[in-house]
Write a protein that binds this ligand. Structure first.
Ligand code: TYD
Length: 199
């Protein structure tokens, strides 16, 4: 049985570590699992990362995130059709939450605009794990490991998190308290995915 799982959360929320742990745990259960991420590892993903690093105009960044996803979704559909479990570190909700904030004042209703433009190439995840961490804590974790990107400012991340929490009323979302140790989070995520596969 296929399953499309996305991991979301602000910078420093621990998604990438969780994705790695979950992937390993699925493999240990002999479940055919693909771990993927956005921005993707492709020239489009490179263009996205460059636009973020260079602080390009929010419209340019938004259109690049969407362009990257429009190709990525073809791969995801293919994996799903092969009955695999796809674990995707960031996806459409990242665009809604981050560009929803970044495009404020540029278009009258950023969320509605993003949803409308994304609709031709959107596949709804079965489960979205939203890692919730205090923005100050997320930033502190990041500073410990590397330099910050332009998105990683406290006020901006507070607003991104607010948007994520608003999105999380949809039933596909499961909120995970990311202040807990990585193994505890991984076990919880594993349980959620396995119980969904057994349904
Ligand atoms: P990413 O490489 O996932 O960074 P991290 O591993 O630190 O979470 O993403 C790079 C940045 O791009 C991150 O700050 C989140 C942002 N982002 C968006 O603004 N919109 C999007 O659609 C995506 C996928 C990422």
């Amino acid at each position: 049985m296929s399953l499309f799982v996305t991991l979301e959360g602000i910078d420093g929320s621990g998604k990438t570590t969780l994705a790695r742990h979950v992937h390993k745990r699925m493999e240990a259960h002999d479940i055919d699992t693909i771990a993927t991420q956005e921005p993707t590892k492709s020239w489009l993903g490179d263009a996205v990362r460059r636009s973020v690093d260079e602080g390009a105009d929010p419209w340019v960044q938004t259109l690049l995130f969407l362009a990257d996803r429009s190709r990525h979704i073809e791969e995801i559909r293919e994996w799903i059709s092969q009955d695999r479990v796809v674990i995707c570190d960031r996806y459409h909700d990242s665009t809604v939450a981050y560009q929803g904030v970044a495009l404020e004042g540029r278009v009258s209703n950023p969320l509605e605009w993003i949803r409308r433009v994304s609709s031709p190439f959107l596949l709804e995840p079965d489960i979205t794990l939203l890692l919730v961490v205090e923005p100050t804590e997320g930033l502190a974790r990041l500073s410990a490991v590397r330099e910050r990107t332009p998105f990683e400012e406290l006020e901006f991340l507070r607003r991104v998190q607010e948007l994520y929490l608003r999105l999380a009323v949809e039933t596909r979302f499961v909120k995970l308290d990311s202040s807990r140790p990585p193994e505890v989070l991984a076990r919880e995520a594993e349980g959620i995915i396995l119980s969904r596969l057994q349904r």
